[in-house]
Design a protein around this ligand. Structure first.
Ligand SMILES: C[S@@+](CC[C@H](N)C(=O)[O-])C[C@H]1O[C@@H](n2cnc3c(N)ncnc32)[C@H](O)[C@@H]1O
Length: 288
């Protein structure tokens, strides 16, 4: 398996390479459980076959990279991510699980020099919303695919006040605002959270992809987000984003009460929605 030399500086100014990545790396099990509800849809659409060469963009701690490698064997999967802390966690998890045919590359997927045409399939579980220039990023990612190769990714739909998840998180935020000391948000983290929604409408996805990809399909997938085993676990997980914030016991109790209606035998879960996007790399040289 060939992976391009890492040209990324030791530290980038992406919050994923700092506080956000460190948080995801420390809490990788909870985050995998939180977003894992999309995996069936993602992998069914990706239809990875034995021998495929797979690129996982914004691979984080690499759960989907490893799943892809198992499906692709005797092919392989490469995870690319800008976050040093998350890639360190991905490598540890890969060694612990003993998965073969996996490699990780640190880089900004918008500019990283991938091996041209080196992949049959690109996948991403929520790792493609953070680019400075989406058109340039998808053109660069397209160059990594052979002509006719496919990209399959999931990204958040626009959070509306009508979705269960938005309502619950909205109530959660209001209780915190009223019952805990205020926090000074880190502007880089706020920008990353804003970027989460950068592909939240079909026209934004088509606009980002159409230069490089054809047969673009954007379909809604409804799923559950899992926040923890119990309401107390879920509160602890949600508050771990701001570990220095003092949250009084009465406020914690109110937060738990908010989540109690969503406690199930499969953990605390709220209904949410993502876009499942599939597209095929143009064969006419447009992406090259
Ligand atoms: C929402 S997390 C998803 C992580 C992983 N795909 C998962 O499902 O657990 C977004 C990921 O995208 C990565 N990322 C953000 N900007 C990136 C960029 N420009 N190039 C490569 N990866 C990036 C982050 O470091 C992070 O791992």
């Amino acid at each position: 398996m060939t992976t391009t030399e890492n040209r990324t500086p030791d530290r980038t100014d992406s919050p994923w390479d700092g506080v956000l990545g460190e948080h995801w790396a420390a809490r990788h099990r909870e985050f995998d459980a939180m977003v894992g509800g999309v995996d069936d849809a993602l992998f069914e659409a990706a239809a990875i076959a034995p021998g495929d060469r797979v690129l996982d963009v914004g691979c984080g701690a690499g759960a989907t990279t490893r799943a892809a490698a198992l499906l692709a064997a005797p092919g392989h999967a490469v995870g690319v991510d800008i976050s040093a802390p998350l890639l360190a966690r991905a490598r540890k998890n890969t060694a612990a699980e003993g998965v073969q045919g996996v490699a990780y590359v640190r880089g900004d997927a918008q500019t990283h020099r991938f091996e041209p045409g080196g992949y049959d399939v690109v996948i991403s579980r929520g790792g493609v919303m953070f680019f400075a220039d989406h058109v340039a990023a998808f053109a660069n990612i397209g160059r990594a695919l052979r002509p006719g190769g496919r990209i399959v990714f999931v990204c958040p739909r626009r959070p509306g006040t009508d979705t269960e998840e938005s309502q619950v998180l909205g109530r959660f935020a209001r209780i915190l605002e009223e019952g805990a000391e205020p926090v000074r948000p880190d502007p880089a983290v706020v920008a990353a959270h804003t970027a989460m929604a950068s592909l939240s409408e079909p026209h934004l996805i088509h606009g980002a992809l159409h230069r490089t990809f054809t047969e673009i399909a954007v379909n809604p997938v409804d799923l559950h987000t899992r926040w923890g085993e119990t309401p107390a676990d879920a509160v602890e997980f949600l508050l771990s984003r701001t570990p220095d914030r003092h949250v009084p016991a009465a406020t914690r109790a109110a937060l738990e009460d908010t989540l109690c209606p969503y406690a199930t035998a499969r953990g605390v879960r709220t209904r949410a929605g993502v876009w499942l996007v599939t597209a095929v790399r143009r064969g006419d040289g447009a992406a090259v």
